[in-house]
Ligand binder design. Structure first.
Ligand code: OOG
Ligand code: NI
Length: 448
């Protein structure tokens, strides 16, 4: 079926269209892109680029591409349709994230490409949360929310029809692809018109801000798009210099020679004008924000366990105040605790803490360790493509809470999520492992 557009190309085009739309909707996002691109150029032309071991065939051209966005849907039907739409773009659900442990009434997955080639082509991903209505305690309010959601349709008829067509025929041609992108974009577009009255909005908001954001509007507007920076500390400083009000600290691991997992920071949500049903005057809603991220090497289960332990240890000693008043102390403690995490590519590799790709640069055979010592095989980090599910707050809360009942709740909510999605999310570790195994086979095949 050579006249079908490759799903990788549909995803790239969709990601670009989404970015263009969001740039027009949220001008500060444009500024953020400029800041990040400037920082990336500086890093790429410095000696740091070599130290990062960026894989040239994989990462160089994709760094300035969009990295991730996020939406929140309200019903199982919405989630399963989104799943089918993303599949047309070669994006599949990976991992399950339970955010209720951090006091947020949603659970989520990330739709993203899988496999080395698709990721190298365009790694666009969308963190997609499903509201957990059952966590609304007030029966009357829950009924209002359910009723409101049951009446909305977040997809255009044409988007649904083209998705079915793609599923049945096995793809979309050029013209249909253009149409598909345009129609699907409508689901992510911001619309000022709320679908509830100001009173209902306020009651939903009082229950949880996020409930008002999901239930109050016609669709799951994209709430942020996050470019990838190669130096988040420099980019954060750029945001501050530009006058964007950023979060006090960068989330995740500390600054390191060999970056691991994911470090993120954001600027605060915009206050936007909305029109509530039946209201004379405009109201306000805050939803959309800007975020940047620095991605490092994906960790193995052993590496991840060490990361989780060191972060929990740090947070048991000091929690960052939202106003930034103890940021310096927090960062100092984080650095001190993470001194226990090896910060050298070869150590991370040899200790089985992180995933790598192998590249044969000289023809040889023998022991892998020898080849690495001699430099005939080189390693480059496999970049982490997923998310850090339980934020610091979540880790802290689970330390306080009743572990057993939490575990049970997580188990049952996961099953609910999988049923809503209509698919089992893939396991992130096994996918990194597969990429590593494949590259080793390939490198050894070349090295013999
Ligand atoms: C999604 C938050 C998760 C990230 O980068 O960790 C996320 C949301 O706020 O809807 O995007
Ligand atoms: Ni994000």
């Amino acid at each position: 079926m050579s006249d079908f557009v490759r799903s990788d190309d549909i995803r790239s085009a969709f990601s670009a269209a989404m970015s263009t739309m969001y740039r027009a909707e949220v001008p500060a996002y444009s500024n953020l892109l400029d800041i990040v691109n400037g920082v990336n150029e500086v890093v790429l032309s410095s000696s740091r680029a070599a130290d990062l071991r960026i894989n040239p065939d994989e990462d160089l051209q994709r760094i300035s591409d969009e990295r991730h966005g996020a939406i929140r849907v309200g019903t199982a039907d919405e989630l399963s349709m989104i799943c089918r739409i993303f599949a047309v773009m070669g994006m599949f659900p990976v991992s399950y994230y339970d955010l209720s442990t951090a006091g947020i009434p949603v659970h989520a997955t990330a739709f993203r490409p899988i496999g080395h080639d698709a990721l190298a082509h365009n790694p666009f991903r969308v963190f997609t949360s499903l509201l957990r209505l059952e966590l609304i305690e007030d029966d009357a309010l829950r009924a209002i929310a359910e009723n409101t959601l049951s009446k909305r349709n977040i997809f255009t008829d044409r988007a649904v029809a083209l998705t079915k067509q793609a599923e049945e025929a096995g793809g979309l041609n050029d013209a249909d692809t253009a149409d598909f992108i345009k129609e699907v974009l409508e689901t992510f577009r911001w619309a000022e018109d709320a679908i509830v009255t100001a009173d209902v909005y306020q009651t939903l908001h009082d229950a949880h801000r996020l409930i008002a954001d999901v239930v109050g509007f016609q669709g799951p507007h994209i709430n942020h798009l996050t470019p990838r920076t190669l130096d988040i500390d420099a980019a954060q400083q750029g945001m501050i210099d530009y006058g964007l009000s950023t979060k006090a600290i960068v989330e995740g691991p500390p600054k390191r020679a060999c970056p691991i997992l994911l470090r993120q920071t954001s600027f605060k949500a915009l206050e936007e004008k909305v029109r509530f049903v039946g209201a004379q005057n405009a109201g306000n809603h805050t939803a959309r924000f800007g975020e940047i991220e620095e991605r490092g090497v994906a960790l193995t289960p052993k590496g991840r366990a060490l990361y989780d332990r060191l972060l929990a240890e740090t947070r048991a000693k000091i929690l960052p105040n939202p106003d930034g008043s103890n940021s310096m102390d927090y960062i100092a403690e984080l650095n001190k605790t993470f001194a226990a995490f090896p910060d050298d590519w070869r150590d991370l590799h040899d200790d089985g803490l992180a995933y790598f790709r192998y590249n044969a640069v000289g023809g040889t055979s023998g022991d892998l360790a020898d080849m690495l010592d001699r430099g005939t095989v080189e390693i480059s980090p496999i970049i982490y493509e997923d998310f850090l599910p339980v934020s610091a707050a979540g880790i802290f809360q689970s330390n306080l809470g009743d572990e057993t009942s939490k575990a049970q709740m997580t188990q049952s909510s996961r099953m609910q999520f999988v049923a809503a999605l209509g698919a089992e999310p893939a396991d992130e570790f096994s996918m990194y492992q597969a990429i590593q195994d494949q590259s080793l086979q390939h490198a050894l095949g070349q090295a013999v």
